[in-house]
Design a protein around this ligand. Structure first.
Ligand SMILES: C[S@@+](CC[C@H](N)C(=O)[O-])C[C@H]1O[C@@H](n2cnc3c(N)ncnc32)[C@H](O)[C@@H]1O
Length: 204
């Protein structure tokens, strides 16, 4: 037992990562603004902003000041960028305790406390009864198809009329595209870059 490395068997979507924390600071320009994120081992893409995440942020179809859900926020790059760039009011949620701690710290570091609220929980449970203009997600594909389907189907109950679900995906893009089309009756491509797609479905 002693030579099993916990990092090799643990996934970033654990509720409570067990690997010892190792912190990093990411400073980066996104849409012309400077951001600083504290990250840590045990959360998704802790060494740098994931390319899919950046592509979603850069291509998201967002109205200024709108109400946004960042589902599976990790350390918070998507939601924090929407608040800082578009002045959106954002709820960020994740199942991972370490991610939630970092996301709360990053809200302060990026001075968007008045705009962003961070909540922990499974899927849509932390936003029961709430409806958004936009739901953004870089979904946890490693968590399996059932979680991805639950995110897509659940969005229907959490979008205002004419609101949209916007999803970035690389592996499994055809599965995601088909499920979004089946669920909403429409899907369009917002971005096609480096093997990634950003799909958008509208709730009519
Ligand atoms: C691909 S990562 C994206 C993280 C962050 N949005 C980013 O772009 O860097 C997916 C995130 O979903 C979270 N997650 C996995 N399963 C979840 C669930 N059932 N409910 C809520 N969040 C979940 C993971 O902990 C992880 O932070």
């Amino acid at each position: 037992m002693s030579n099993i490395n916990i990092e090799n068997i643990e996934h970033y979507f654990s509720e409570k990562p067990k690997c010892p924390p190792e912190y990093r600071i990411i400073r980066t320009l996104i849409l012309g603004k400077l951001f600083e994120f504290i990250t840590c081992k045990g959360v998704f893409s802790y060494k740098r902003i994931d390319l899919g995440t950046r592509i979603l942020i850069e291509s998201a179809d967002i109205s200024r000041g709108s109400y946004v859900l960042d589902l599976g926020c990790g350390y918070g790059p998507i939601g924090i960028a929407m608040a800082k760039v578009y002045n959106c009011k954002v709820i960020m949620t994740d199942i991972n305790k370490r991610a939630i701690k970092l996301a709360k710290e990053n809200v302060i570091r990026n001075r968007v406390q008045g705009l962003v609220e961070v909540r922990r929980g499974n899927l849509y449970e932390p936003v029961k009864g709430e409806k958004f203009d936009t739901i953004l997600t870089n979904p946890p594909l490693a968590a399996g198809k059932s979680v991805i389907y639950a995110i897509i189907e659940g969005a229907k109950n959490h979008l205002k009329k004419n609101g949209s679900l916007q999803v970035v995906v690389r592996k499994g893009k055809e599965i995601v595209r088909r499920k979004m089309e089946e669920t909403f009756g429409n899907v369009e491509i917002l971005s096609k870059r480096a093997g990634y797609r950003v799909y958008k479905s509208i709730l009519y």
